[in-house]
Design a protein around this ligand. Structure first.
Ligand SMILES: CC(C)(COP(=O)(O)OP(=O)(O)OC[C@H]1O[C@@H](n2cnc3c(N)ncnc32)[C@H](O)[C@@H]1OP(=O)(O)O)[C@@H](O)C(=O)NCCC(=O)NCCS
Length: 169
């Protein structure tokens, strides 16, 4: 079942059948640099991540990160959705796409649709966004989607400082 449809994209829940795509995405150098190394090295790791991460989030919060596909051809190109972390009061919008699909406006299109969904369907009042300070692409996507920089934050004491953006959606 599709969660969100835009002009060019479909967002739907991740399942264990998407393990091969997640294995590819999570091992992209850009993903490891800007988001982190989730230690997903095998199809089994990817399946475990999907179940423990995305699927658990759908069950616990009613939202999570969604597989993002091109509507034309149903080709998976990335993930986009909402994450609720213990360390932040509100959910944050997250996204990552395979490099061959960058700079086509897909991250903005997906993130904007997630914000509308968060407000209209989930009834969330405030959505956050977090990025490393050097992630110009992500910062641009968040700002273009209407989020504003608030402050620097650390998700845990020994973690790096991140830029926190927020939107009263
Ligand atoms: C960050 C990322 C999601 C951007 O995706 P994208 O699909 O290329 O972004 P879009 O095409 O929707 O671009 C939206 C805007 O950001 C700008 N932008 C995108 N990448 C940029 C970059 N590296 N530097 C500066 N601006 C950038 C675009 O020019 C566009 O702005 P404009 O409309 O004013 O021209 C993508 O590079 C990615 O997946 N990176 C790796 C994972 C990651 O960093 N995720 C975010 C973690 S917080």
């Amino acid at each position: 079942m599709n969660i969100i449809e835009t002009d060019r994209l479909i967002l739907r829940k991740l399942g264990v059948d998407d393990a091969e795509f997640i294995l590819d995405l999570f091992n992209q150098p850009s993903f490891i640099h800007y988001i982190g190394d989730r230690g997903v090295r095998t199809l089994e790791d990817a399946k475990r991540y999907i179940l423990a991460g995305a699927v658990t989030s759908y069950e616990r919060f009613g939202f999570g990160l969604y597989l993002t596909l091109l509507a034309e051809g149903q080709i998976p190109i990335g993930i986009c959705g909402l994450v609720k972390r213990d360390s932040l009061k509100d959910a944050d919008v997250g996204f990552a796409f395979l490099p061959q699909y960058w700079s086509k406006g897909y991250a903005f299109e997906a993130a904007s649709a997630v914000l509308v969904y968060a407000r209209n369907t989930l009834g969330l009042k405030r959505i956050l966004g977090i990025t490393t300070p050097d992630n110009q692409g992500s910062i641009r996507v968040l700002e273009k989607a209407g989020l504003k920089f608030e402050q620097m934050v650390r998700l845990s004491e020994d973690d790096v400082e991140l830029k926190l953006f927020a939107s009263e959606v």
